[in-house]
Design a protein. Structure first.
Length: 331
């Protein structure tokens, strides 16, 4: 008798997912290989596990390049990333091989905007520094000049990248009666709604009390905040980055913070990630560094996982991905 059973597609998932997305994967008609560790699989292990797979569900921590695609082989039908950005994936190589790449746009807007404003307030009011001093027994009395910082209310905030997240940040800051400036390569459709004024790059640097970064990472924005940009900022200015670590030249930023060229910085993204515990930035009292938690709200992470699974299963079924980062793959 001829066996007419159809082999189930093999899928490698590089990290345990939140529910209910994980249960949906476990119940799907696939052979699931789930990486069990808390950290990402080493690159060599990723190459080994993806070999012969039809699907890959990955994270920003996984490098998906030409060598990995070659290791996967010709059976790979779809890559689905649980993230908005895909700068860890060689999209051109995937498109050449006819592999659609899924991502999760739009889902992080509100959570990341919340975090950006939280970082802005924390750095302005020196919350982490003050809390650490309490824990270390350095709070001796009420001090008229103790832990003072700049006012957010009535300040000038420069938004670099007035897209969905930048506009969501602007809406939150309207309650602080701030003056909103922004710089984009082209006018933002949200500018009028949020009351933001486009200004040249040099004007934004020179006039902003706070600069918050929400631009995508690309060759054009690599080290956009460099020594020259930092030199044009106010010495009282504070820099916030919830975009990508590569947008900022960290060596130049460390020097600017150490010498008082700018007042403070709040970073949710760094290069590399994680930032080593002995990194010079972490020795400075005027910097707050977080472990890339912009999307770390329960609802955002659940929705990200659900979208990633939906993209994966659509690709395995030969259907168009609901959210495809390389639509040119469909010709």
């Amino acid at each position: 008798m001829v066996n007419t059973a159809i082999a189930l597609p093999r899928v490698f998932v590089t990290r345990r997912l939140p529910e209910p997305a994980l249960s949906r994967l476990q119940q799907a008609p696939i052979v699931l290989d789930l990486w069990p560790e808390a950290g990402p699989p080493p690159y060599e292990e990723l190459q080994r596990r993806v070999a012969g797979c039809q699907g890959l569900l990955c994270l920003l921590t996984d490098r998906i390049d030409e060598a990995l695609l070659a290791a996967a082989g010709s059976e790979l039908r779809v890559i689905s990333q649980m993230a908005v950005g895909v700068d860890n994936i060689d999209l051109a190589a995937c498109t050449r091989r006819g592999i659609p790449v899924g991502h999760t746009p739009g889902v992080l807007t509100e959570a990341t905007a919340d975090l950006a404003v939280a970082l802005l307030l924390a750095t302005a009011r020196r919350l982490v520094e003050a809390a650490n001093d309490v824990k270390a027994g350095r709070w001796h009395t009420w001090d008229p000049m103790g832990w003072v910082g700049p006012d957010v209310h009535g300040s000038t905030v420069g938004i670099v990248g007035l897209g969905r997240i930048g506009a969501a940040v602007a809406r939150r800051l309207q309650g602080f009666a701030v003056r909103l400036l922004y710089h984009n390569p082209r006018p933002s459709p949200w500018a009028a709604e949020v009351g933001a004024t486009w200004v040249p790059w040099e004007t934004l640097l020179a006039e902003s009390d706070f600069i918050t970064l929400h631009c995508p990472y690309s060759p054009a924005t690599h080290h956009l905040i460099n020594a020259a940009a930092l030199a044009q900022m106010k010495p009282t200015a504070i820099l916030i980055n919830t975009a990508r670590g590569g947008v900022v030249d960290q060596e130049a930023l460390e020097q600017a913070l150490r010498t008082g060229r700018i007042a403070a910085a709040g970073l949710d993204v760094t290069t590399p990630e994680p930032l080593p515990a002995d990194h010079p930035l972490l020795s400075l009292p005027n910097v707050v560094v977080l472990p890339h938690i912009g999307s770390a709200s329960l609802s955002a992470r659940r929705r990200m996982a659900e979208m990633a699974v939906a993209n994966l299963l659509a690709g395995l079924a030969g259907e168009r991905l609901p959210h495809c980062a390389n639509p040119a793959v469909y010709g």
